[in-house]
Design a protein around this ligand. Structure first.
Ligand SMILES: C[S@@+](CC[C@H](N)C(=O)[O-])C[C@H]1O[C@@H](n2cnc3c(N)ncnc32)[C@H](O)[C@@H]1O
Length: 238
């Protein structure tokens, strides 16, 4: 009898989508190409680039673990020659950069003519990795930043559909709405606020899972907003 693995009720749909876009980028990376993972962190995509020459750069200032780093540096000053890399991965890092034009100019410098960059970046996400969290980006800002750095063929897409964003909003509600309504009000107003807060919190816990599963089945992009954008761009040949 075949054993089907049971999927948990809540799936982090963004992680699944991140893995999908990075797998596709890896599939378009030829054997032996030189790849920079800029702001590599734990290096979750290293294994996708076994066929290439994968190199990791990060400033390694956080207490989280890091993959083996080839360059411990800030991304505005990467200690390599011009045009070293065929491919640049830049996942979930741009929001942590205090001087984005400077870093994009540096990434452009180290990209080979004809080389490609993949960037994923949040539009709607809580503050994280303090104090290194500076910006959230609209698609208009992203096009401007990448074009001004010199990249061409800049394409912006939604990482998740709107169901993924909704799942995340419910996830935050299930964590942050007060479990004890007396933190907010006292007395007779509890009659109204207790069911509102406790009920919404419980329902949100269920709905975050339902929408995360819906996201993986249907990527709905007609209305709403993504949690993250994906940027694909090229360094022109000449
Ligand atoms: C949210 S993590 C993303 C890590 C990895 N790219 C991923 O997708 O899992 C952001 C990473 O950017 C790094 N970082 C932030 N600011 C940086 C800077 N100015 N120069 C180099 N690395 C930086 C952090 O150390 C952290 O590893």
């Amino acid at each position: 009898m075949s054993q089907r693995k049971k999927r948990p009720w809540f799936v982090n749909a963004s992680r699944v989508r991140l893995s999908q876009v990075n797998k596709k980028f890896a599939a378009g990376t030829k054997k032996g190409m030189v790849v920079l993972d800029a702001g590599a962190g734990r290096g979750p995509y290293r294994k996708l680039f076994k066929h290439a020459q994968y190199e990791a750069a990060d400033f390694a200032q956080l207490s989280t673990g890091y993959t083996q780093l080839d360059y411990v540096c800030t991304l505005d000053d990467i200690p390599v020659e011009d045009q070293r890399f065929d491919r640049i991965l830049f996942n979930q890092v741009l929001e942590h950069i205090d001087d984005p034009p400077k870093v994009l100019a540096e990434l452009f410098r180290v990209t080979k003519p004809g080389g490609k960059i993949l960037c994923t970046v949040p539009l709607f996400f809580q503050e994280h990795q303090p104090p290194y969290d500076y910006f959230r980006y609209t698609k208009y800002a992203l096009v401007k930043l990448f074009e001004e750095a010199g990249y061409s063929n800049v394409k912006i897409g939604w990482l998740e559909g709107y169901f993924g964003t909704i799942s995340y909003q419910f996830h935050l509600m299930s964590r942050w709405l007060p479990a004890d309504p007396r933190e907010v009000v006292q007395g007779w107003r509890l009659i109204y606020m207790a069911p509102l807060l406790v009920g919404t919190r419980a329902l949100a816990g269920f709905l975050r899972g339902a929408f995360s599963r819906a996201e993986l089945r249907w990527k709905y992009t007609k209305h709403g907003m993504p949690k993250n954008y994906v940027v694909r761009a090229d360094r022109p040949q000449a």
